[in-house]
Structures are given as C-alpha cells and as structure tokens.
Ligand binder design. Structure first.
Ligand SMILES: [Mg+2]
Length: 365
C-alpha cells in the first residue's frame, strides 16, 4: 500500500466573536488543510493555521512547503510506516512547523483510518471527551466582565483572560472578571509577551495581594527573554506557563535548564505535529514541568488532533482547545464538536473528518 496523492485546501471561515490578544486581532481563521490519500482512496487530514505574529506561518508558505517538498517526498511511500514517514517529514525542511504539523497529523489520521480506529486509539487512549478552557478576548474591564458572564452561562468553568495590552489596567480587568463570575470559576491569564519582566512581577504580585485567585499566567514576557521569564517565575507564587518561548524540544530543554517556567503549552503548529508533541509532553513530565496542550486559531482538524493527544496522554492542567468553538461556521465536514466546556471527539476512524471543502456547516444552533 502506498500514498497516492498529497493535496492542499485553502480554507477560510469567520469567527462569531473577534479574537484579540496582545499580539493580534482577527475575525477569521485562515488555514491550510493537507489531505494525504492512499491507493484505496482513504484520506487523512491535517492543518497548518496561518499565524503571522506567532509562528510566522502563512497559508501560502505552508502550501508551497507541502506542494513542492513534503508532498512529492511522500508520494508512493508506505503510509503504515508512520514513524519513519514522520521522521522524514521532520528532517526534510527547516522551520515550517505548521506545514510539517499538517502533514504529520494527516499521516496519523490516515494510519488510524486504515486501522478503522479513532485517532485517540492510535495514540494509546480511549477517552472521547476532553475538557477545555475558553478565551476572553483582550478588552476593557466592563466588556471582559460581560464576556465572562456569557462564557460561564455557555458552560465554561475555566476562563483564559487575554491581558498584556496595557499593564496599568490589568489588575482592574482581572478584578472585574473575578467579581463577575464568583469564586468557583477558574481564571487564568495570557499576557502574550505583553509585559516587561518588571511589569509582570508588579501586576502578578498585585493580583496575588488582592486575593483574585489566578490559576496561572501564560507567557508574561517576550518569547526570547528566557532570563526574564525565569526572573518573573522566581518572584511570584502564581505558576508561570511558557507558550511562545517553547516551540520544540530544544526550547523546552532550555526552559527546564533555567527553571524558567512551571508549565509548558504544547501546540502542534509550533512543534511540528503529534510525534514531536508527544516527545515534549514526555520531556516535561520527566522534569516535573506541568503541561497544557493548546492550539492556534484553527478548525476542527487541528483541534481534533490536539484533543486526541490530550485524550490519550493527558495534561496536568485543563487544556486550551476552544479555537474551533469560535467559528461561526466550520469549513470542514465532521470532526470534534463542543458540549459546554467539553470537546467531544467523534467515535469514527481517524479524526472523523469526511471532507475539507468549504461546506459552511453551522457550528451552533
Ligand atoms: Mg498563549
């Protein structure tokens, strides 16, 4: 059995609510879905989201990488030698983690379909539900409080508040959200590199002194400033989660070596797919570093793969898999769905995606 074709699909879908962070504002998901087809006509899907400000990946760049290099390399090869194919993909090109993740996930999806099992089974688990947090887009305190109440009513009990756009107002933002949702909802922050180390320590200590019970703070300082990240971690009690500072294994080794963070956010589009993501989760666990699996703003394809990984391997804190929840309609047919704060994996072979054309499926009633 061999791989017959590797296809790419450019997809675009609107969000029902603008997604705003310290790094960017977006109202659509722009993404590349990769389809690896075997000689029996079975397809495996994977996704390379465009995120100029975080990974630097673009739809055009990922498409070129797959069409010119990874696709031709895989054609006529045996898809059942999954590890060998994924190693070849990883070694074939520098950078391009999103494109490599899309191909790695498509190969895993195809392998699971060929065995007739959900992707989570291929990864060594059986759970078909995974809890997720939900993000509150960066904004003013009054709007955040209102969004927090809505998300609680939607069934979410872990809220991730985007801060870091204006350090002087961040304490009031957290105070407003805590007042709006009460003590039982978990609140975590993501500054997306928006603070200096001194601002981070000041804001986090103020939040601690105010008793606002923040679970963790994600990426307080610039991604390259590991000394700054370690400096912040040393000076606050609240756990620090590294996101943009850790793409691959080498980055995580450096964070571990410097004790720069308490947890790491593993994302397929940063590390290059399921195979490297499993390595990162194992490495973190071996060194007592906590874990979250997240995603970029992407569709049911990428979120399904990340959720399958969490369902199989677990994380130490609730994962960050709400991306596809933000879609006004989904650009693919099938895949994960949301029930309140739960990501539900389909009990179907692979990711359960049946097509990746622009079908405009409604995501919510
Ligand atoms: Mg983040």
């Amino acid at each position: 059995m061999t791989i017959a074709a590797v296809r790419t699909h450019r997809l675009s879908a609107p969000l029902h609510t603008p997604f705003v962070t310290a790094l960017r504002r977006t109202t659509t998901i722009e993404t590349l879905v990769v389809e690896v087809v075997d000689r029996d006509g079975r397809s495996g899907f994977g996704e390379a989201p465009q995120v100029w400000q975080v990974t630097g990946a673009s739809v055009a760049g990922s498409e070129a990488c797959v069409r010119e290099l990874l696709g031709p390399m895989l054609t006529s090869r045996n898809p059942d030698d999954l590890v060998a194919r994924c190693v070849e993909v990883d070694r074939a090109v520098a950078g391009n983690e999103a494109a490599k993740a899309a191909v790695d996930v498509a190969l895993h999806d195809l392998a699971a379909r060929r065995l007739g099992v959900p992707l989570v089974r291929l990864l060594g688990g059986t759970a078909l539900t995974v809890p997720t947090d939900v993000t509150l887009a960066a904004g003013e305190a009054v709007d955040l409080a209102s969004a927090a109440r809505q998300r609680r009513a939607d069934g979410f009990d872990v809220l991730k508040l985007k801060v870091g756009t204006d350090a002087s107002g961040d304490l009031d933002r957290v105070r407003a959200v805590r007042a709006a949702v009460g003590p039982r909802i978990r609140v975590r922050l993501d500054a997306n590199q928006g603070w200096t180390p001194r601002e981070a320590v000041r804001v986090i200590r103020n939040i601690e002194d105010a008793g606002l019970d923040v679970e963790l703070v994600e990426q307080p300082v610039h991604r390259a400033d590991l000394d700054g990240l370690a400096w912040v971690s040393d000076r606050v009690s609240t756990p620090i989660l590294a996101d943009e500072s850790v793409f691959g294994v080498r980055d995580l080794v450096e964070v571990i070596r410097r004790r720069a963070a308490d947890l790491v956010n593993v994302k397929l589009a940063k590390c290059g797919g399921l195979r490297p993501a499993r390595t990162l989760l194992d490495l973190a666990a071996a060194h007592g570093v906590g874990t979250v699996v997240g995603s970029m703003m992407e569709s049911q394809v990428g979120v399904g793969a990340a959720a399958s990984l969490v369902a199989a391997q677990g994380t130490t804190a609730v994962s960050d898999l709400d991306a596809a929840w933000w879609l006004a309609w989904t650009p693919v047919r099938g895949g994960v769905r949301y029930e309140g704060a739960t990501v539900v994996l389909p009990d179907e072979p692979g990711l359960g995606i049946s097509s990746a054309t622009e079908v405009k499926m409604q995501t919510r009633g």
